[in-house]
Design a protein. Structure first.
Length: 275
């Protein structure tokens, strides 16, 4: 099953990760800083972060920049709209789980309108004509709404910044997404790898690439940061807290160091992202 495969990979990652040494109890200032940062796996996290960054720099980043350069903007937007539309039913499910039935109804209305009048979701008709803005709700946010703490910071291979709550949320997204059920039912490459259908990998791969395209400016800022690792960690935490609280917190209260320009670009994409 999908969820078992992802959880297994997560447990393997955490179990083999080296932990940062906790300061001695008598060094109160160091202990407080250690607990505030909440990054006990920092040595292993930095290695994984650097590996992800190298892969991005020499493989993904050149492809993204070429894509942005040669693919017309309207076509880019069409691809983003189509992929975002596939997530709408799962967003509605999470809104129901979070006790927001009115939002869930609007999301389903958006999905029906964009799937039909919007030519399969290629055109964001509901927003352009009716002002129905897209919302973003995933299972990690749902867990946060239920009171599940984020836990220590971790960096996943390929997926990047995360934490235990959002890693379980990622598995929930992968397993619970109705679009994924439809894709799996096609059985194009059943049990292609780890029991997951080939089309599911293609779906998630396209979605990840599209998000990388939309966050391209943020990644450019990240590469210019003094310490990209700290910048990414802080921006991720602030964005997730912002998402879970539906924007009701002041991200400027974050104690961690961060690049304000990077965070602003990262959050500005909030309305148009598929999650």
């Amino acid at each position: 099953m999908k969820i078992r495969s992802l959880l297994l990979l997560t447990m393997i990652l955490v179990s083999v990760s080296a932990c940062a040494t906790r300061p001695p109890a008598h060094d109160l200032a160091a202990v407080q800083e250690y607990e505030r940062v909440n990054d006990p796996l920092e040595p292993a996290n930095r290695v994984m972060f650097q590996a992800n960054l190298i892969g991005d720099k020499y493989v993904l980043r050149p492809v993204v920049k070429l894509y942005i350069k040669i693919v017309p903007k309207p076509l880019q937007e069409g691809v983003s709209n189509f992929l975002a539309n596939l997530w709408e039913p799962w967003t509605a499910v999470n809104e129901l789980l979070q006790g927001k039935p009115k939002d869930a109804g609007k999301t389903l209305g958006r999905f029906v309108a964009n799937t039909t009048i919007g030519v399969g979701g290629l055109v964001n008709f509901a927003e352009k004509r009716w002002g129905m803005h897209r919302t973003q709700e995933d299972f990690g946010q749902t867990l946060g709404t239920w009171g599940v703490g984020e836990g220590p910071y971790i960096v996943l291979p390929f997926f990047g910044p995360s934490n235990p709550r959002d890693t379980v949320g990622l598995a929930g997204d992968f397993y619970g997404d109705p679009a994924g059920w439809v894709i799996d039912s096609a059985n194009v490459g059943n049990n292609f790898f780890l029991g997951i259908d080939l089309l599911s990998y293609i779906h998630f791969g396209m979605d990840a690439f599209d998000r990388r395209v939309r966050y391209n400016e943020a990644f450019d800022e990240l590469y210019n940061a003094t310490d990209p690792y700290v910048t990414a960690r802080s921006a991720f935490r602030q964005k997730r807290r912002f998402d879970v609280s539906d924007g009701k917190i002041d991200t400027s209260d974050e104690d961690d160091l961060f690049d304000e320009d990077f965070l602003e670009i990262y959050e500005d994409d909030n309305e148009d992202a598929p999650r």
